[in-house]
Design a protein around this ligand. Sequence first.
Ligand SMILES: [Ca+2]
Ligand SMILES: [Ca+2]
Ligand SMILES: [Ca+2]
Length: 463
Amino acid sequence: MTRIPLLYKTFTVLAIGLVLAPFACTRPDDSYHSPAEEWLSGGQQTVYDEGSNAFSHMFPVLAENFERVHEVGDAQFSATFVSPPAALNPGRGPIFNNVSCSSCHISDGRGKIPGAGDSSISTLFRISLAGTNEFGGPRPVPGYGDQLQNRANYNTVKEADVFVQYEEKTFSFADGATYKLRFPTYRIANAYTALPADVLLSARVATPVFGLGLLAAISEADVLARADENDADGDGISGRPNQVWDIKKQATVMGRFGWKANQPSLLQQIAMAYNQDMGVTTSLLPVENCTGQPQDDHRGDDPELSDSLFYANEFYVRTLAVPARRNLTDPQVQAGKQLFNSSGCSKCHIPDQRTAPDMAFPAISNQLIHPYTDLLLHNMGPDLADGRPDFRADGTEWRTAPLWGIGLTQKVNGHSNFLHDGRARSLIEAVMWHGGEAASAKEKVRTMTAAERAALVRFLESL
Ligand SMILES: [Ca+2]
Ligand SMILES: [Ca+2]
Ligand SMILES: [Ca+2]
């Protein structure tokens, strides 16, 4: 969106980093090439903005013709779709969840979770029956498919509403201080036709969308090299990749995007968003989400979106930059970083990744980035489980959430709700929800002193 005098800021930060480096009291990680690089979460595609626009910047290093495409995609990302026929952005519905990408991915950041008694707006609900479809994915619910659309065009019935209720429970850190976690339960109401009693439900809040071009550029071999499905090294962590159906390739490939890494590429993720979340068909997914249901409008106008706008939107998401770290030399942040590593957080939230060389698109080629994810699935224990398989991910598994930029959530989105359904109300709550493979990391945090916990949080806030 807005551009800031990046060259100037880059040099300032690099200069400060270089000046401070010799005096830093703790030795930098061996894994970091130089302390200066640790500020640059997105490699050369890092931007310096810690305000409410922090997630909305174009890659700072991009050829001018590409900048135009990004701008077209930016407009498309915030375009409001309306019911057909219409001159501008028709094709919405007949049933949908929301009217634009940006109404869920607010300021290119997180969605809002529904309050008590609200039907959701930027949290959506995936549904399915036990078993799989012909591609190994979720088995659709007759009359509903695999996502609940809770809004509909005029004169059309929505599929259902989902309401959330929380039950708060109190827990204790080892030093006696208490913390509270709220356990969500979801209730489907106003279903337009009978839903089977054994329907599986998974709540997903809209994720941040910056830095995804860099995550897409990490080589599959690098991701697979970190998998340890049978925990051969015995450290209690057994990450594994999702394997999902790629429509364009007509093949099963590694999953990367979504809370369960259930989408193989940005293009398919975005086609799915248009189709399922907004009711807009594209060349990749030309069949309306309610085909075969009574809501079908039989308009025969599919695909409803031109390829040029579809691909421009994908390019926009691919080229959203990552905000730089803050307060890195603060001693509390430094202490928090040591605790993050010594508690085992960095076994899943991998700080350093390198994007693959890419001659065709130098902007994302061979960059040292700090996304704090391995892109693998982990069993996170029964409390976080949704009990709903999604391709190879079972009901307990989630993709390690990238932590870059997480400290700016409050500024960009005005809340600090974390995890796949926004149940955590702070960073420390998000940590205390960890279980399963992350149980020992969580236990380390539970037994920290108050000062250590504060340092860990301060470190997370600097990301
Ligand atoms: Ca439509
Ligand atoms: Ca549906
Ligand atoms: Ca292991």
